[in-house]
Design a protein around this ligand. Structure first.
Ligand code: ZN
Length: 293
């Protein structure tokens, strides 16, 4: 058995939901499942290295059967073994390693190497996750803008030239159906970077959320076009989210899927909360879109 030496071609960044593919490798996985690696896929996998957007839901059709895809993960191989999800021992792009999309299906009816299969992602969930992911990027930019006056040093700039609070403090980002939850560490290294963490107290949060929502409302009203730019067609080619906002063109590295324009998000609502993560204060931003139907 030879493992593929070229990364999976991914069609979901351009918006594809379904397509045909050839099975290149089938490997055992946990819980009676197998990992099916194909030459191409329209199915968004979760990336354990930065698991912001969850996997699509959907089916794999092969040999007249339809199998639910239980999960889809980023996998990697150095040629002899397929490592799945968080068992991938190297960073994406490590020389000598090939990164692949693995679709996990029940072992009993799994296709075999060489089979032609059809892979189809659920359109409703995809649309909701795409709206959530676009909302997440916009909210991070609006948050950076709202916090711009709280820096005493020049930090790195975000995609619109504002001090990059999001990029400096982000702990985790989770995309949900029509929304996202971002957690930011308000720790010593953020203070050393020049951010006034003490200014973020409970009393300051409602005004901050209102300011973020006002920026987001402007951006939704502008119905700015959103697109994904890719340097190539495979899983490991660099891709960027590009949004033509009235304030300038924002470009953010991103491996996910997105709405086609900011207007599609409808009303955007932001909730801010202070929390604690093992003694480190955190700011939690929950963003919800109410997409136009
Ligand atoms: Zn993204």
């Amino acid at each position: 058995m030879t493992l593929p030496g070229t990364p999976t071609r991914v069609d979901y960044p351009a918006g594809a939901l379904a397509g045909t593919a050839t099975v290149l490798h089938v490997a055992p996985a946990a819980d009676g499942l197998v990992a099916v690696v194909t030459d191409a896929t329209s199915f968004h996998p979760v990336d354990a290295a930065w698991p912001d957007q969850p996997a699509d839901r959907g089916v794999l059709r092969a040999n007249g059967r339809e199998l639910p895809i239980v999960d889809a993960v980023v996998a990697a191989t150095e040629g002899t073994e397929l490592h799945l999800g968080d068992a991938v021992p190297v960073r994406k792009g490590t020389e000598g390693w090939t990164f692949l999309v693995a679709h996990l299906v029940d072992a009993a009816d799994a296709p075999r190497e060489g089979d032609e299969v059809e892979i189809a992602a659920d359109p409703e969930l995809r649309a909701a996750l795409s709206a959530g992911h676009t909302a997440c990027h916009l909210a991070s930019l609006a948050l950076n803008r709202a916090l711009a006056g709280r820096w005493s040093k020049e930090p790195r700039e975000d995609a619109l030239g504002a001090p990059d609070f999001d990029g400096t403090a982000i702990q985790s980002s989770r995309i949900e159906a029509n929304g996202s939850v971002d957690r930011y560490r308000l720790n010593k290294s953020l203070r050393r970077a020049g951010f006034d963490t003490a200014s973020l107290d409970e009393a300051s949060l409602p005004a901050l959320a209102a300011e973020i929502e006002a920026t987001l409302a402007d951006w939704v009203a502008a119905d700015a076009a959103v697109r994904i730019e890719a340097e190539g067609p495979t899983l490991t080619d660099r891709r960027s989210w590009v949004c033509e906002l009235p304030d300038g063109t924002a470009r953010i590295p991103c491996g996910g899927t997105h709405a086609e324009s900011t207007g599609a998000l409808g009303a955007l609502d932001v909730q801010l909360e202070l929390g604690d993560d093992a003694g480190t204060p955190v700011l939690v931003m929950a963003t919800r879109a109410t997409p136009r139907s």
